[in-house]
Write a protein that binds this ligand. Sequence first.
Ligand SMILES: [Zn+2]
Length: 209
Amino acid sequence: MLRTHIEAGDAVGRNSEGLIKAGKLAPDQLVNDLIRDRLAQADCQEGMILDGYPRTLNQAKVLLDLVRTYGFGPVVVHLVVDHERIVARLSGRRICPLCGTLYSLKTNPPKIAGICDLDGTKLVTREDDQEPVIRERLDQYEVQTRPLLDYFRQQGVPVFEVGGAGATPDQISNTICDELRAAGLAKAGMARDRAEAGVLSVSDAGTRN
Ligand SMILES: [Zn+2]
């Protein structure tokens, strides 16, 4: 979501761009305002999946108030992935500065090393995929985001820890749905298709694909 604002070059984008490049998290006030606007839109009225958010205790408190105002029963799914795997995966990403196509040196390499398949442009590593920036983001995750799991548990929100490594996105998605069903938190016929679930991505930090 923030990336959309940055690409649009609007005020929100300009405010957050420098922070993201430095591996810092976007300020709470900015993110809370974004979420408040986004949850009010029509496609969120049946529920929503928030990916990579909240990141801080303040954001979590604001979010919990919001979703309770809307009458939703929130559930937290924590995807557990070893940090070294995240560093290896993200630092292996390359992007074409011309057309924006993403490559992964390991799982989706270009046909010719370092060159975009589509237009022959030299690929680059995005600033927030540089290893020091990734490590800074993971450090912030430990300090700021991990205590959120305790907070949500204290607030009576069900928290599921699901292994996020060594499985395909579909397998992980099915595991999450199965666990929710087993806990009586989802209907038997719940859509497995993310497209039907209204996926909402707030920030690309940390564990994005
Ligand atoms: Zn290209």
